[in-house]
Design a protein around this ligand. Sequence first.
Ligand code: CP
Ligand code: NVA
Length: 308
Amino acid sequence: GGQDGVRHFLHIDDYDNKTIMKILERAREVKAKLKSGDKSFKPFAGKTMAMIFTKPSMRTRVSFETGFHLLGGHAIYLGPDDIQLGKREETRDIARVLSGYNDVVMARLFAHKDLLDLAKYGSVPVINGLTDYNHPCQIMADALTIIEHKGYIDNVKVVYVGDGNNVVHSWLRFAAVVPIHFVCACPRGFEPDAATVELVRSKGAKIDIVNDPMEAVKGADVVYSDVWASMGQKEEAALRMQRFQGFQVNEKMMEQAGPDAFFMHCLPAERGVEVTDGVIEAPNSIVFPQAENRMHAQNAVMLHVVGE
Ligand code: CP
Ligand code: NVA
């Protein structure tokens, strides 16, 4: 929840276990309805959503826009050159203006503070479509995908191999709410935010931050990878390439994880860098169902924040 009882979706652990599991259950129901060809469910009829992007996107843009449309609403894409958040206009002004037109605001931004300001100054729900700090809709889709492939999420061991980035921060916060075992194996100096690690530990999350990926992946239900240089860090790519040697998810690492381990990646992937082509194309790779589930997980998140 946010100010004046407005429900936002900014961090997974803003909600309790019951609510997160309810959203995931709703995602399965609405997905089944859409897959059956039933086009009668239009809870967003007459509603509009503004989508602010200051970074590139394929999945986030297309899944939100398509999902909101399929459920009867109209979504408006605002690219980096359109409203020029923080440059042409201050975030607190944008928040109040868009609140006058739209029922929901979704934003993909650099600074997390800007997302918090949209929520603080606006009067409609704000959904986090990724910031430099976190990516909660991604991890909701990931959890939905794990539930579909394993049948459950509790006590699943997810081993993330790579940079302690925005995706990791959302996994950590997910682990504060849902009883999974989350392991982040990263090079020294690329650990996730220490304050977040401390926060989720204080909430009882079962997490490990380690530096040996080959040891970490043993017994993993899921091995998870993401790019070594995130959006906004591409000029560090060469340096990171050196520092991340040994952190590529390849056939040898998947063999160490065991025959039942699934491979996941939020995409976009740089094949041959953080993951091999062979691992992405292997039968236990579930990266494409995972990408598709962005739409279904987010449909349920949108239904939750608008109170449908
Ligand atoms: N995984 C993800 O958020 O992809 P996009 O950057 O293409 O939206
Ligand atoms: N960590 C990546 C995720 C992309 C979906 C980035 O921020 O670029």
